[in-house]
Design a protein around this ligand. Structure first.
Ligand code: ZN
Length: 135
């Protein structure tokens, strides 16, 4: 029989392992370049691959959030206005929070489910389902 203190120690150890986990979700930062009046996100594909979401879906979200028209060009995303890449990073983080990361276990192993037009995020790691906000 283990003492209460030993159990408590074990619990703390478990918590530590989780927070120090190396496979933390760390989205690549955008690399952008300004060309004339356009902003080109040159590593757009790297980012959507990391998020494991369709490029057009991420692009649509960013265009709406950044109030700028954009188009996908191969591995790149081109906006028709000048943009601060920091701002784009913020919106990508926002996308990840809403559409990728499980609010229960904070893991990115989720898929989007649609039931009678209501979309929810289903976590493959812990099984939690959470409704999506509409953007
Ligand atoms: Zn989860």
């Amino acid at each position: 029989m283990e003492s209460y203190e030993t159990l408590l120690d074990k619990a703390y150890q478990k918590v530590k392992v989780v927070t120090l986990s190396k496979d933390r979700f760390d989205i690549p930062k955008v690399t952008g370049q300004i060309e004339g009046k356009a902003t080109i996100i040159t590593n757009f594909k790297v980012i959507v691959d990391y998020l494991r979401r369709p490029a057009d879906q991420v692009a649509k979200f960013l265009q709406k959030q950044l109030a700028s028209n954009g188009k996908i060009d191969g591995d790149r995303l081109i906006f028709n206005t000048k943009m601060n890449s920091q701002k784009v990073n913020e919106k990508i983080a926002m996308y990840a929070d809403e559409f990728v990361i499980c609010p229960t276990c904070k893991k990115p192993d989720t898929e989007i489910e649609s039931d009678k037009g209501i979309k929810s995020k289903h976590c493959l790691a812990c099984g939690a389902r959470s409704p999506l906000k509409q953007f």
